[in-house]
Design a binder for this molecule. Structure first.
Ligand code: FE2
Length: 344
């Protein structure tokens, strides 16, 4: 783990080493306009220092958005229709994405070409504090192995949540903060895993409690909000003023696909803090150790065709989660030995 005060090129070089970058590797660094150009330059320098062939793919754009703006409107991006840039990215072994292609068709096309992808958009303070490790990867993959075998996922909390997903043949998305596997995507920082339930299935209710978090809003709820789940989608949102606000937000997309259940999983990064005060898009809440990350909206990341731009990530604390009959998280504590963080 890097020391505090590490400089950017040095930290990025350590990250690229975890990603298996070395001589002969082709690394493309993708950025848009002047967004995160300091990151792009530092990654290019670090990759060169490791002996890699580098490509700076900087899309000219007048309307480049910050990561926080992008995450609220995923799906469409400046790469759409830019075949030259797409071919360069697909020819690389690793693409470092400073643009936030998440949940886009372009990202899927790049991955299908065998290119691995690393998303890096968070503030430097967050990248440094949540720098990944091989131990985090091991624990996330222990979760992945269980998820791959499970047929159902159920989670509850004291506020009244009790919802069950039917798991099918869908892929499992792991995030541990780096990637050395061809075609695989990851996000630095990470530390959680997720999958998606069978389309049109999933029943029960999810009651987010006071103190649970709403992303992309980066907001901590001041009162419970209840989602009634029927046939794999939210049929009703009940509660007070905050429930009404969420309803209004979702209605503003005028897209019935916004209500579909999206990814579901739990967090394993014990260095994350339960806060919305940190800068950035909010990986602290999403990867928080022992959370359940409930989510609504698109399923393109899992091979589906729901590319709605409305995507809510809703991490919840103190839940209990089962895969079939095995207890994975109990009141926010991770139970299986091989997934537990050192000292937990
Ligand atoms: Fe999400």
């Amino acid at each position: 783990m890097p020391r505090a005060g590490t400089n950017m090129v040095e930290l990025f070089r350590e990250e690229l080493e975890l990603c298996g970058v070395g001589p002969g590797e082709r690394v493309a660094v993708l950025s848009e306009g002047d967004q995160l150009r300091d990151y792009a330059e530092a990654f290019l320098t670090a990759a060169r220092a490791l002996g890699a062939d580098v490509e700076d793919v900087n899309l000219r754009s007048d309307g480049a958005k910050s990561a926080s703006e992008r995450i609220a409107h995923l799906g469409k991006n400046s790469l759409t229709g830019d075949r030259a840039a797409m071919e360069t990215l697909k020819a690389a072994d690793l693409v470092v994405d400073h643009m936030l292609l998440l949940f886009s068709r372009e990202q899927i096309e790049i991955q299908e070409a065998g290119t691995r992808m690393l998303l890096v958009v968070e503030p430097f303070e967050v990248l440094e504090r949540l720098f990944p490790s091989e131990d985090l990867r091991r624990r996330v993959e222990a979760g992945e192995a269980r998820l791959a075998k499970a047929r159902t996922l159920r989670f509850t909390n004291a506020a009244g949540t009790d919802v069950t997903y039917q798991l099918g043949e869908r892929p499992i998305l792991t995030e541990y903060g780096y990637t050395d596997t061809p075609g695989r995507w990851d996000h630095w920082p990470g530390g959680f895993l997720s999958t998606i339930g069978a389309k049109g299935r999933g029943e029960g209710r999810v009651v987010m409690d006071r103190g649970d978090i709403v992303y992309p809003h980066k907001r901590m709820l001041g009162e419970p909000v209840e989602f009634v789940v029927r046939d794999g989608a939210v049929a009703d949102i009940r509660g007070g003023a905050e429930a009404a606000e969420l309803r209004k937000f979702m209605e503003s997309y005028q897209d019935p696909r916004a209500y579909a259940l999206s990814h579901i999983g739990w967090g394993l990064n014990d260095r994350c803090e339960w806060t919305v005060e940190r800068p950035g898009i909010g990986m602290d809440g999403r990867a928080y150790y022992g959370n359940v990350l409930f989510s609504l909206g698109p399923d393109t990341e899992f091979g589906g065709d729901n590319d709605t731009e409305c995507h809510l990530d809703l991490p919840m604390r103190r839940c209990s989660l089962w895969l079939d009959d095995e207890l994975i998280v109990k009141d926010g504590e991770v139970i299986p030995e091989d997934m537990r963080a050192p000292g937990r």
